[in-house]
Ligand binder design. Structure first.
Ligand code: PMP
Length: 429
């Protein structure tokens, strides 16, 4: 035949072992079967009017240059207002041109961090459970992920567990640091647990970073989503940490507009200069119109900072109510929720539901995967198995949980409650 034969391996070696992805499968299942989708992390309520109005203004406002390229490392109005905002939050002067870079969502911010800072043979500490892309991104950069788990300590008084009951073992954490350690990834508030790291926990991590001269990639995309009067503490504000920390943020999470894919990094120039090299040579920049509108969103928030009208004050209030509804729904049917201190995720214990799900003896799939698939197909309710947020080596210790997203309209959460109530009645009869 005239057709050229390709017998050689076509894919680069860096893709080995990272070709399976939880989202491909579960997003497809949710699309096919779910009546109520509490799986993937995005709001089903609208983004705030001030943001969509800013986009409409940018689009129709007569500045046709907003349809063209802007500055590669961030549209000037956006980096300027981000610098102003983070100056307030961090209590230090920032240069918008060198201490801030805009990315295509927090995803690309993370990709730039690992590509720019991790070398062949470097170890990167990842706290489990973790947002799943950290592991393949570290591997693609040639690094070796080293995992350390948050360990659950169930409360003895019969109260519901809180995400605060999942803690690092200080000795275990310390044992993961060595001269090969280049960086640690911190995600507070944490997806999937909703844990908000305390000052003490952050202090411990900071101390180890300084002692071992290790960098910190601090994924803070849920920085505004903190409940019950808890405070989000930025590790970059701790002694010795600014110079070694890259803060990662997301307009998608901040302004309930995940489809816009606007993210950023904030950090010292000595780190960001290398992220700029990766960004310049891969993505170049993120849509100008979206950056313009996000800049206006931040200008509004800067003006209203700390005031009751601020979206950053209102959104967590609304989400806390939604969290409480979902906690109640799940608790009511015996799917024990772990009450999250932050984020819009909630992890629930499904160990009481084993008899509902047919055992598949030939399957090597963990129980939480089988449960989540069975639930979406038979009950129309989509959630994500927690073990997807663990390394291969530790997955099997955490197969009794699933993760729900509660950034949803009241009607969606009511519909989820109806499914759960009906299920409970069926079980009882
Ligand atoms: N980090 C965490 C912890 C996340 O949960 C997500 C999105 N689910 C991201 C980063 C990516 O954010 P973005 O949508 O802005 O790319």
């Amino acid at each position: 035949s005239l057709q050229a034969k390709m017998s050689r391996q076509v894919q680069a070696r860096r893709l080995e072992g990272i070709d399976k992805n939880i989202w491909v499968e579960f997003v497809k299942l949710a699309a096919a079967y779910s009546k109520v989708n509490l799986g993937q992390g995005f709001p089903d309520f609208p983004a705030p009017d001030f943001l969509t109005e800013a986009l409409t203004r940018a689009l129709g406002g007569g500045n046709h240059m907003l349809h063209q390229y802007t500055r590669a490392f961030g549209h000037p109005p956006l980096v300027k207002v981000l610098a102003q905002f983070f100056e307030k939050l961090l209590g230090r002067d920032l240069d918008p041109m060198t201490n801030v870079m805009v990315t295509v969502g927090a995803y690309q911010a993370l990709f730039c961090c690992f590509q720019a800072l991790v070398d062949e043979g470097d170890e990167v500490i990842i706290i489990e459970p973790f947002f799943d892309c950290y592991e393949p991104m570290v591997k693609m950069a040639g690094g070796t992920p080293v995992f350390v788990p948050l360990r659950p300590n169930p409360p003895k008084d019969g109260k519901l567990m809180s995400s605060a009951d999942w803690q690092l073992d200080p000795a275990e954490l310390a044992s993961k640091f060595s001269e090969r350690t280049k960086a640690i990834v911190l995600n507070s508030p944490n997806n999937p647990l909703g844990k908000v790291f305390s000052r003490g926990e952050l202090g411990l991590i900071a101390e180890l970073c300084v002692k071992h001269d290790v960098l910190c990639v601090s994924d803070e995309v849920y920085e505004w989503l903190v409940y019950d009067g808890k405070q989000h503490i930025r590790i970059a504000s701790l002694q010795g940490m600014w110079d070694r920390t890259v803060i990662v943020g997301s307009a998608g999470k901040t302004f309930s507009a995940t489809g816009w894919k606007v993210g950023w990094v904030v950090g010292p120039d000595r780190l960001l200069q290398h992220l700029r090299t990766v960004h310049q040579n891969s993505v170049y920049h993120c849509a100008t119109l979206a950056q313009e509108a996000v800049a206006q969103g931040f200008q509004r928030e800067l003006m209203l900072y700390g005031k009751p009208e601020s979206y950053f004050v209102q959104l967590p209030k609304e989400l806390q109510q939604k969290r409480d509804w979902l906690v109640q729904s799940l608790d009511g049917v015996g799917m024990k929720p772990i009450v999250p201190e932050g984020t819009y995720f909630l992890v629930a214990d499904i160990s009481q539901f084993k008899s509902d799900v047919p055992d598949v003896p030939s399957s090597d799939e963990p129980y939480d995967y089988r449960f989540a698939k069975w639930m979406v197909k038979n009950k129309g309710l989509a959630a994500i198995p927690l073990s997807a947020f663990y390394s291969e080596a530790h997955k099997n210790n955490y197969t009794n949980f699933i993760r729900f997203c509660f950034a949803k309209e009241e009607a969606t959460l009511k519909a989820a409650n109806d499914i759960l109530q009906k299920w409970k009645q069926e079980k009882a009869s």
